[in-house]
Ligand binder design. Structure first.
Ligand code: ADP
Ligand code: MG
Length: 625
């Protein structure tokens, strides 16, 4: 078993560059991004060549070039994170980058083509395959899907798409979304269905999907609860939550909307995205005592993932062509900063309110009721004891046995009813035959029997309902080899293992190469003795050149930072101007069209709720109360 706590662990940051597209090729744009996959490095050169300006190189945990496959990224980078979530860690994968660089391709990909499936569908397969191979564990998997658009949270799985959800916080479970719907899913098909529903809801609700998706953030949440008998003989529940985040495009919003009109948003600034940048800066600054999580919905929701107790991966996506030099560089800088975030991942063991515990209790209650009605066989009871055995020796029940078992309840209900009905029928007949009874008495008795028959039918209906509910709930608690079966054959399994080993090997090689590079530089600087003056001059000249290049790079960096700062400031100023204009407009209406006494009454009743970031009305106090 894994240790409960681990010391701090850096955010994993990988970069992926999509292939050049036809438009870019036709436009004659150069490729300005080069990748050293073995070393995990990206180099970007400024297309407007500036004499003396060197290409900029960044190092990441891994880089994926245009030729990389979806499974490369999954096996090397994502798989270990999902394994951790299955152990009870919280995990987050964030896709960050300019619109059109492959965030959605990376997260979702094309569902129909197996080699183009992205992180999300691959994680579905991974999770349910893991569960089907598990032993002596019970799993409950559920999914939610939400979107943040213009700082409002929308539940993509809720029928009422206009409902705005609120963020809440409690000391036990941290930040959560009130009333967010979630669906318990038994297999890949069901969870895929949930995802499709959400995607459909998203595309139906908006007129311009491209613009909408470039400005909204989506989060698909999978919660995996696992119950297992511990060495202490007690049952323990671990809960892992996985956030799959497809962020809004990181580009600065254009000054006008698609049709040339002013965008509806009050500001060009995507509050959640700029808050994300500020949180990351504050976290890696080292001097900041305040991390501004509360500045946006996104940062509040991802608080655990950024400097908290989750394991987090950021996938920064790039385009290769020269026309987006500034945006691409800015994405690389952002990713480079995020590398320095430290999290303290920890397994969530036995949290207070788990759905799995609720399910277990409800199932036990239903089972007791069915047993009381004589509807559960000894056979089933023996099965459930077997389920709980710890020695791992028991052979998992087969699917057919499970079916038989379920049929058994139905058969039991039917034969019970038949028996009882026959008995009543006989009794009725006996009454008819009984000549010692008066006609009136006979009628009364027969009526009574008929009433009993009716009751019996009602009771049977109720029992059937109970049985249906019991079976439905029980089927949702997944038990490897029992109600979730692994259908991969040995050959496929071997292939899988080999693929994972290769991925692991590649990862380790890269780590070693990166460490060697750092050490090389250190040794050059440490070596202080020279055999001749000539050699000393040579070495020192070399060193000087290297340092000079570094100096130039840092100077360039400072300039770029400055430029970016100026840009952001201009954006903020513009946002401020727009808000001031909006304010003046509202003032005009209030001052000219609302009677002053009404205005005063309203203003006296208003108060600010900091928790919900909203003005609210104090309840009216009626006179005489
Ligand atoms: P984003 O979500 O960042 O706006 P998309 O995922 O929609 O970008 O990608 C834009 C286009 O580029 C899509 O047509 C997508 O299929 C294609 N694309 C992106 N990344 C890749 C890749 N790694 N390989 C092949 N095609 C890609
Ligand atoms: Mg997208």
């Amino acid at each position: 078993m894994c240790s409960k706590t681990k010391n701090s662990e850096a955010l994993k940051v990988v970069v992926r560059c999509r292939p050049i597209n036809r438009k870019e090729e036709g436009g004659g744009y150069d490729r300005i991004v080069a990748m050293d996959v073995k070393l995990g490095q990206v180099t970007i050169r400024n297309p407007r060549v500036n004499p003396g300006e060197l290409p900029k190189t960044f190092t990441f945990d891994a880089v994926y070039d245009a030729g990389s496959k979806q499974t490369d990224l999954y096996d090397e980078t994502v798989r270990p994170l999902i394994d951790s979530v299955l152990q009870g860690f919280n995990g987050t994968i964030i896709a960050y980058g300019q619109t059109g660089t492959g965030k959605t391709y990376t997260m979702q990909g094309f569902w129909a083509e197996s080699d183009k499936k992205g992180v999300i569908p691959n994680s579905f397969d991974h999770i349910f395959t893991h569960i089907s191979r598990s032993q002596n564990q019970q799993y409950l998997v559920r999914a939610s899907y939400l979107e943040i658009y213009q700082e409002e949270i929308r539940d993509l799985l809720c029928k009422d798409q206009n409902k705005k959800l609120e963020l809440k916080e409690n000391p036990e479970s941290g930040v959560y979304i009130k009333d967010l719907s979630s669906f318990v899913t038994k297999n890949v098909k069901e969870i895929e269905h949930v995802m499709n529903l959400g995607n459909q809801a998203r595309s139906v609700a908006c007129t311009n999907m491209n613009e909408h998706s470039s400005r909204s953030h989506t989060i698909f949440v999978i919660t995996i609860e696992c119950s297992e008998l511990g060495v202490d003989g007690q049952e323990h529940i671990r809960v892992g939550k996985l956030n799959l985040v497809d962020l809004a495009g990181s580009e600065r919003q254009s000054k006008t909307g698609v049709n040339g009109d002013r965008p509806k948003e009050a500001s060009k600034i995507n509050l959640s995205l700029s808050a994300l940048g500020n949180v990351i800066s504050a976290l890696v600054d080292g001097r900041s005592t305040h991390i501004p999580y509360r500045d946006s919905k996104l940062t509040r929701l991802l608080q655990d993932s950024l400097g908290g107790n989750a394991k987090t991966i950021m996938v920064a996506t790039l385009g290769p062509a020269s026309h987006h030099y500034e945006e691409t560089l800015s994405t690389l800088r952002f990713a480079n900063r995020a590398k320095n975030i430290k999290n303290k991942p920890k397994i969530n063991e036995d949290p207070k309110d788990t759905l799995l515990r609720e399910f277990q209790e409800e199932i036990a209650r239903l089972k007791a009721q069915l047993e009381k009605r004589g509807m559960l066989s000894k056979k089933r009871r023996r099965n459930s004891r077997r389920k709980k055995s710890v020695d791992g020796e028991t052979i998992p029940d087969t699917e057919t046995e499970e079916e038989n078992d379920d049929n058994f309840i139905e058969k039991n209900i039917r034969s019970y009813l038949k028996e009882q009905a026959e008995r009543l029928q006989q009794e009725k007949a006996a009454i008819q035959e009984d000549h010692s009874l008066l006609e009136e008495e006979k009628m009364k008795l027969i009526e009574e029997k008929e009433r009993m028959m009716e009751d019996l039918t009602k009771e049977q209906k109720a029992t059937e309902m109970l049985a249906v509910k019991f079976q439905a709930m029980e089927s949702k608690l997944l038990i490897g080899g029992k109600n979730i079966i692994d259908h991969t054959n040995e050959q496929q399994k071997m292939l899988e293992i080999k693929r994972q080993e290769i991925a692991e090997q590649k990862r380790r090689e890269r780590e070693i190469l990166q460490q060697m590079l750092v050490r090389d530089e250190e040794t050059v600087e440490l070596r202080g003795t020279y055999t001749s003056l000539q050699q000393e001059v040579e070495m020192k000249t070399k060193k000087l050149k290297k340092l000079y290049a570094k100096l130039q790079a840092v100077k360039g960096e400072i300039q770029d930072h400055h430029d970016e700062y100026v840009r952001v400031r201009q954006d903020l100023e513009q946002a401020q101007n727009e808000q001031t204009r909006e304010l003046k407009y509202k003032y005009l209406i209030i001052e000219n069209f609302i009677p002053p006494e009404e205005k005063n009454k309203i203003m006296n009743r208003l108060y600010y709720d900091a928790e919900e970031d909203q003005w609210k009305f104090q309840p009216l106090v009626l006179p005489g109360k």
